[in-house]
Design a protein around this ligand. Structure first.
Ligand SMILES: *Cc1c(COP(=O)(O)O)cnc(C)c1O
Length: 436
């Protein structure tokens, strides 16, 4: 399988090359040249996430240098489960994606990316710097996945004051080859600076750079696996497709679900829940696509004004009307996030993080409108990561899962970086990569 750019003006690349490059040379995003057609029977007898991922990703790795490594890459990346549980309300489910080291779904993608990247041969002896802009969770997942990995250093840019205290602590707790840089600006500013560095040829000549944002195929592809496992489990038990509501920011997670469905998995509808950042809802309600500055909300990992995977969505659905018909989208403001967290706890003893709460709220709306079938909310982070928001709403402490407790017990250090590309360039050039 080769990969082409959403902008169509670069030659097809192998999977390894596409993963190593991040962004395609024409500025577009890599997408598979064709889509495999799988059927549920292809997964007969497979149960673990790692087995299902290996089967699902085999056609996507076919012909690549990493093909023979796929089994060990999956075994290395999928070391924690993605349980599918019933919610208190009938026919409603939750897919818990927060059992990894940093308690958010991004651990799946980041660990898989690291497992791929360390197997991709590179020219020269220079360590590779992974540059990552984060609205909260990506940076920690990437830091955890690459911490101590020989031949890599990580520079994480995050918007100062816009991540939760526990998120900030996580970002700075890895040390060694992982640098946490707090930027006086928004997530979009961080993303702009990272994009500018990645397209700075003279910088890259002296400092090999790689990206780990949700545009990376190495993060996108493995995320199909948990949709596949949940949908197959449901299909096996009930003979029906499972529908999903996905808390959405950059569209990386939701797009993986769409790709899994396009590859033949028994996935029904996919609904997108956003916070008060309205770029996607406004487009789906009929306006022209209009990227804008992000605004800060309680669901900070979804504070995105210019969803980076939008180009992939357009590639999968080139017809605008068909695209608008295909996906329900709802914007959930902070007041509704608060009410949802409080109500679900009072009524059902269920506790959700602010991101997951947007999807819970959207599912409640769908049910009120009479939507039937089995629906699954994708739980993207553990509520203990956002205790400052959740605990006052539920009036009690949220127990911290052991992996998160371990990170929070470490010392944490970050450095400030001006909201200005020259500052990032200066950091990357002056902070000579440690020879590891
Ligand atoms: C990153 C993140 C999201 C948004 O995911 P996208 O792939 O950017 O759409 C939602 N919830 C949490 C907890 C996240 O960390």
């Amino acid at each position: 399988m080769n990969y082409v750019s959403t902008r169509g003006s670069t030659p097809a690349a192998s999977l390894s090359d596409a993963i190593a490059a991040g962004l395609a040379p024409d500025g577009g995003l890599y997408v598979p040249q064709s889509l495999p057609r799988l059927v549920p029977e292809d997964f007969a007898g497979l149960e673990s996430l790692s087995e299902i991922a290996t089967r699902l990703l085999t056609p996507f790795f076919a012909g690549d240098a990493l093909e023979s490594e796929l089994l060990s890459i999956c075994a290395e990346a999928f070391t924690f489960p993605a349980p599918l549980r019933s919610l208190a309300t009938p026919n409603d489910f939750v897919l818990e994606l927060f059992h990894g080291p940093t308690a958010a779904f991004k651990d799946f993608g980041a660990r898989f990316l690291a497992a791929c990247m360390r197997r991709i041969p590179r020219l020269g002896e220079q360590p590779l710097t992974i540059l990552v802009a984060t609205s909260g969770d990506t940076g920690a997942a990437v830091g955890a996945a690459f911490a101590g990995l020989p031949g890599f250093r990580v520079a994480i840019l995050y918007p100062d004051g816009r991540v939760s205290p526990r998120q900030a602590h996580q970002l700075g707790c890895f040390g060694g080859n992982v640098h946490a840089l707090r930027v006086d600006g928004s997530f979009d500013d961080c993303q702009r600076m990272v994009k500018q560095a990645l397209s700075d040829a003279s910088l890259r000549e002296r400092n090999p750079l790689g990206s780990a944002n949700s545009i990376s195929l190495g993060r996108l592809l493995p995320q199909m696996a948990y949709y596949a496992q949940a949908a197959l489990t449901h299909h096996c038990a009930h003979g029906a497709a499972l529908n999903f509501v996905v808390p959405t920011g950059n569209l990386g997670n939701a797009f993986a679900g769409m790709l899994a469905r396009a590859a033949g998995l028994p996935i029904g509808r996919i609904a997108l829940a956003t916070n008060a950042n309205r770029t996607l809802p406004d487009f789906f309600y009929g306006e022209d696509y209009q990227p804008r500055d992000s605004i800060a909300t309680l669901a900070n990992a979804m504070d995105v004004g210019a969803p980076s995977n939008f180009e992939r969505l357009r590639w999968l659905y080139p017809d605008t009307d068909a695209l608008r018909r295909e996906f329900a989208v709802e914007t959930i403001d902070d007041a509704a996030i608060r009410t949802t967290i409080g109500d679900r706890h009072t009524r059902f003893d269920e506790v959700f993080c602010p991101h997951t709460a947007t999807a819970i709220r959207m599912l409640e709306t769908l049910r009120t409108k009479g939507t039937d079938g089995a629906w699954c909310v994708v739980a993207t982070a553990h509520p203990a990561k956002f205790e400052g928001i959740v605990e006052p709403l539920i009036g009690q402490p949220v127990p911290v899962p052991p992996a998160l407790a371990e990170l929070l017990a470490r010392p944490s250090h970050s450095q400030s970086l001006a909201n200005d590309y020259a500052a990032l360039r200066g950091f990357l050039e002056s902070d000579a990569p440690k020879q590891v």
